[in-house]
Design a protein around this ligand. Structure first.
Ligand code: ATP
Ligand code: MG
Length: 398
């Protein structure tokens, strides 16, 4: 835990410690135990620094500001205050206890009791706490699970899932990241609770699914989700877990969500995707262009590639080629993807003002002429040399 020594972190922990108790918790403790420091401290992943405290949000803010540190109320309804110390953000959250649940999310109340705080957390390995002095608190047996590479619910899995159905997706996300295989008991409980996923907001489903695509054992997780009928609750369309597994191998685990969705649900209608993943508009747009590029895809590396790049852009042609590589297993598509990502996108060398300079009147007819030149230039494979371009223009102008 070298990062505990960082003066900016010490400042936060000293300020909180002077007024109450504070411990690091969650991903930063869990991943440090595996030798991966949190990302703000130079680690590779995206783990932020979370701190749990006995102080209320108001007390937290007061303690931080009187120590000369910035305190931003970033999630006040959850009791979260973001401390900024020497440029380093630290999420400070008041201890909480589950009080009531509706399955959409657990309703929580602030508490000063560490015992209540760990009991409402989802998995044993997510309830590891670390004092500023390096003392580890492991009330739920998280270390044992971390070592054995198991992800187990805290308490009765069925009950914990019924409190907040998002925990089903979190089970698969953490399993895909930390475990060899899904815990049988947890898996069975997730399958029993699958219907409850319908009650979650699209935003929460999307956030968890997006993170699952990047996990090291995401293909196995999606496979298990498909077998237990859970994937069908996320998107009511048949999933192709084999194509996703192939794509995952090609990309070495870092699958952009748009590609992940398209590999899993290649035939899902746009409306179905929109219903399931509505908050991810940019991702849905990326899928749509990749589909258009995919419909027009050829392995022609010269004229064909230039045309595709001009029409759909580098990202879409790369995406479509990768998906094709995953689907067919043909390495030629990988080369095509590489080319698409590196070859410059052609730019139409003739513009309206060039035609006006040649004496054409501005207006609709000029627009049509420009379209005709574009079409001729495209079918010639987007040539760049002036002579060929001139020939094309003259041919069209007649
Ligand atoms: P990551 O590295 O992905 O951020 P994390 O463990 O920090 O992992 P977060 O989603 O940031 O995951 O949540 C922080 C902590 O809050 C978790 O470790 C867990 O203890 C608790 N937690 C988050 N969401 C839930 C939930 N839906 N139910 C119960 N506990 C939760
Ligand atoms: Mg986190």
């Amino acid at each position: 835990f070298d990062w505990l020594e960082a003066p900016s972190l010490r400042a936060v922990m000293d300020a909180l410690g002077a007024a109450g108790e504070a411990r690091f918790v969650g991903g930063c403790v869990r991943d440090s135990l595996l030798g991966r420091p949190p990302s703000p401290m130079g680690g590779a992943g995206t783990t932020d620094i979370d701190v749990a405290t006995t102080l209320t949000p108001e007390e937290t803010t007061a303690a931080l500001t009187s120590a000369g540190l910035a305190a931003h109320p970033t999630g006040i309804e959850h009791g979260t205050v973001t401390a900024v110390s020497g440029g380093l953000p630290v999420e400070v959250t008041t201890l909480r206890a589950d009080v009531a649940t509706d399955g959409r999310h657990a309703e929580v109340a602030f508490t000063r009791d560490w015992d209540q705080d760990w009991r409402r957390r989802d998995f044993r390995l997510n309830a590891l706490y670390l004092g500023a002095d390096g003392q580890l608190f492991d009330p739920a047996g998280g270390l044992e699970d971390l070592r054995a590479r198991r992800v187990r619910f805290i308490g009765d899995a069925d009950t914990r899932i019924a409190e907040d159905y998002l925990r089903i997706l979190r089970f698969f996300r953490f399993t895909a990241r930390y475990a060899e295989a899904p815990d049988e008991e947890g898996l069975a409980a997730c399958a029993r609770g699958a219907d409850g996923l319908r009650r979650l907001s699209k935003e929460r489903i999307w956030q968890e699914t997006a993170k699952l695509f990047a996990a090291p054992r995401a293909p196995e997780a999606f496979e298990a989700m498909a077998k237990t009928g859970i994937l069908a609750r996320v998107l009511e369309a048949p999933a192709e877990t084999d194509a996703f597994a192939a794509l995952h191998r090609l990309l070495h685990a870092d699958v952009p969500p748009a590609l992940g969705i398209e590999a899993l649900w290649p035939t899902a209608p746009r409306e179905a995707l929109q219903r399931a993943f509505k908050p991810a508009t940019a991702v849905l747009d990326r899928i749509e262009v990749a589909r258009e590029a995919g419909a027009d895809l050829t392995l022609d590396q010269n004229a064909g590639l230039a045309r595709q790049l001009y029409r759909f852009g580098a990202e879409a042609v790369t995406d479509a080629s990768l998906l094709e590589a995953a689907r067919t297993g043909e390495t030629a598509w990988l080369d095509h993807a590489n080319l698409a990502a590196t070859v410059p996108v052609p730019i139409l060398p003739i513009q309206g003002r060039d035609l006006i300079a040649r004496g054409l009147e501005p207006g609709l007819a000029l627009g049509r002429t420009l379209k005709a030149i574009e079409a001729a230039w495209l079918s010639a494979g987007c040539p760049e040399d002036e002579e060929t371009i001139e020939e094309i223009v003259e041919e069209v102008l007649g």
